[in-house]
Design a protein. Structure first.
Length: 178
């Protein structure tokens, strides 16, 4: 058996499923530290989702990682989405930094959502993540998160009620996912 530090289990996907995805930069470097880079990464996520027939339920982008909650119709779509998202973002961010050949992404983690409760807790985790990492004291004001879409669609009372029903404290991420 390989050394456990070198062991990476395969990604196993199910069609017609919802996935919680986390991507982290190499060595946790804060590569997306400007508004321009964060906006570029967001547009690449949206574009990649459209091209690969992926439905975005929630997302947050921080300086060294992101979380995305998606629905996939076919399991091959998720593989294509991650390849497109990581490939295109690496090329575009390296252009902005005048770098060539730099690897940006360490790897990504995925988890198939198994229940309605699991879905809502992970969506709340996504929206709370900027507070958790000290980017803001008010998750409603963080620009690079899907929370504003939920506020506009359902209102602040609905969002707050969702946090009361499905508190983030109930969600313990796997090691290395934060």
């Amino acid at each position: 058996m390989k050394n456990l530090k070198e062991f990476h289990p395969p990604h196993l996907y199910l069609s017609e499923s919802i996935y919680f995805l986390t991507s982290k930069t190499i060595n946790g470097e804060k590569i997306f530290s400007s508004e321009e880079k964060l906006e570029k990464l967001f547009s690449i996520i949206v574009d990649s989702a459209k091209k690969e027939n992926i439905l975005l339920y929630g997302w947050v982008i921080l300086h060294n990682h992101n979380h995305i909650l998606v629905y996939i119709k076919l399991k091959k779509d998720l593989i294509s989405f991650m390849k497109r998202f990581h490939g295109k973002s690496t090329i575009e961010i390296n252009k902005l930094d005048f770098m060539q050949g730099r690897k940006i992404w360490y790897q990504y983690w995925d988890r198939c959502i198994r229940s309605e409760r699991d879905f809502w807790i992970r969506l709340n985790y996504i929206h709370y993540n900027p507070v958790k990492h000290g980017y803001t004291d008010d998750m409603f004001s963080y620009k690079f998160s899907s929370i504003k879409e939920y506020l506009n669609r359902y209102g602040k009372d609905w969002v707050c009620d969702c946090f009361r029903k499905y508190p983030v404290k109930d969600f313990m991420p796997e090691k290395g996912m934060d």
